[in-house]
Design a protein around this ligand. Structure first.
Ligand SMILES: Cc1cc2nc3c(=O)[nH]c(=O)nc-3n(C[C@H](O)[C@H](O)[C@H](O)COP(=O)(O)OP(=O)(O)OC[C@H]3O[C@@H](n4cnc5c(N)ncnc54)[C@H](O)[C@@H]3O)c2cc1C
Length: 390
């Protein structure tokens, strides 16, 4: 028996077996072994999810020995990746091929399979989440069969598996759509929320990426824009708040201070009202809160259970210290998110039932139908995942 914990240490479990496969054959053998011994299987990437979506007391498959780029197609702007590959491992080799990821999130520590399983995203009103860049998948099903899927082959499996919550099969390879490499000009500044929301639409439209962290102590927004530029790379040492660099060096930050997090996606046009209500509530009811709210944008997509499914989106995250009970804060925030048609991030804390989630996603029953068809024995159904069943 081994101990597993997520990045923050807030989620723990005791898997009966931990395996670290270094080939697809070993991944299949791991799944078949779990079948023989009736263990529930969970693959983990970087264990950066705040929810229990990566937890298992059965078989834990760690994929750090299954990393790397299998193939890059410069002309088609695609790459085929081993599923345990971390996002930070992609920047330099793709750059050398003249390519880059379309967008990235706040950090680049996640595995590619983990990022797509939960719909991980960055910011930008025309930029979609990682799952939207998936062109094809190769995965081991619960009976050990290896299948490939994309928009033309096994279409329904593709729809469920490109945002899988780890519950459809064990992804061994991911083919991603990329773009030509690009440089970004970063600008940082602080401003009062009234000023920010006085021109929020202009701020969002002005550059490729806009976001802010609202700091409750001091009541100010730490804003950031990233504008695409043809200018040369320039660290601008004379300026504290500007720099120009390649996308993979600029977009993601280092977030070493451990915390726990809730994030909701709301329709883009409701984002400002939702944020302002949260701010009012937090200043009134949580005057000692030390952690920020983060405000980002996310483009609509057509993925069954993506939080941006068929709607332009604003995402708002609340954070709490890991030494504190996060429940009072998150319950108070969730109460407000509910009134703004909020959809919870699949890799972060929430308290929604399967029935409630089904009401938020018209295709939620289809996701479960396909999952059940390809995994009738429930090899990838952890107790947490079962708790999300409608
Ligand atoms: C500091 C920090 C910053 C973050 N920033 C952002 C952000 O900017 N934007 C955002 O959207 N989210 C963000 N997150 C959340 C994070 O991106 C997601 O939770 C993501 O899923 C974590 O990736 P991972 O590799 O750690 O996956 P894990 O947490 O290890 O696993 C997540 C899910 O993926 C499944 N999975 C992993 N590998 C496979 C595989 N090979 N086959 C099938 N299923 C698999 C797991 O079973 C599990 O269900 C952040 C989290 C932290 C801690």
């Amino acid at each position: 028996m081994a101990e597993w914990s997520n990045w923050s240490g807030r989620q723990t479990d005791t898997p009966q077996r931990v395996l670290r496969p270094s080939s697809e054959e070993e991944i299949v053998a791991a799944v078949l072994g779990a079948r023989t011994d009736n263990l529930v299987v969970r693959a983990v990437g970087a264990s950066h999810s705040h929810s229990r979506v990566a937890a298992t007391s059965g078989l834990l498959v760690e994929l750090d020995a299954w990393q790397g780029i299998e193939e890059v197609d410069r002309d088609a702007r695609t790459a085929r990746l081993r599923s345990g590959t971390r996002i930070f491992q992609l920047g330099q080799p793709l750059h050398e091929a003249g390519l880059a990821l379309r967008n990235q999130g706040d950090i680049d520590k996640q595995s590619i399979a983990g990022a797509i399983a939960t719909g991980t995203h960055g910011t930008g009103p025309v930029l979609q989440n990682f799952s939207s860049s998936v062109l094809a998948l190769r995965l081991a099903l619960g009976d050990g069969e290896i299948v490939e899927c994309d928009r033309d082959r096994n279409r329904e499996l593709f729809e469920a598996a490109r945002h899988s919550l780890g519950g459809v099969g064990l992804v061994t390879e991911v083919t991603l759509a990329l773009r030509s490499r690009y440089r970004l000009h970063e600008t940082l500044w602080s401003e009062h929320p009234d000023e920010v929301f006085g021109r929020i639409d202009d701020l969002i439209a002005a550059t490729r990426h806009f976001e802010f962290f609202w700091m409750p102590q001091g009541d100010f927004c730490a804003c950031k824009t990233l504008a695409e530029t043809d200018a040369e790379v320039d660290p601008m040492p004379d300026k504290k708040n500007e720099r120009i660099g390649w996308s993979h060096e600029i977009i993601s930050s280092v977030r070493d201070v451990k915390h726990t997090e809730m994030e909701y996606s709301v329709p883009a046009h409701l984002g400002p009202a939702c944020f302002l209500e949260l701010r009012k509530m937090l200043l009134r009811d949580f005057p000692d809160l030390q952690w920020p709210l983060e405000y980002r944008t996310l483009a609509s997509d057509d993925i069954w259970i993506s939080t941006a499914s068929h709607r332009e989106t604003v995402t708002i995250s609340a954070h709490q210290d890991i030494s504190l009970d996060d429940r009072p804060l998150f319950e108070a925030c969730e109460k407000i998110f509910r009134t703004y048609e909020g959809r919870p991030h699949w890799g972060k804390v929430h308290y929604r039932s399967g029935e409630e989630l089904a009401a938020l996603y018209p295709r939620y029953p289809d996701w479960w139908r396909v999952r059940d068809e390809v995994d009738p024995e429930g090899r990838f159904l952890t107790p947490y995942l079962r708790s999300l069943r409608p």
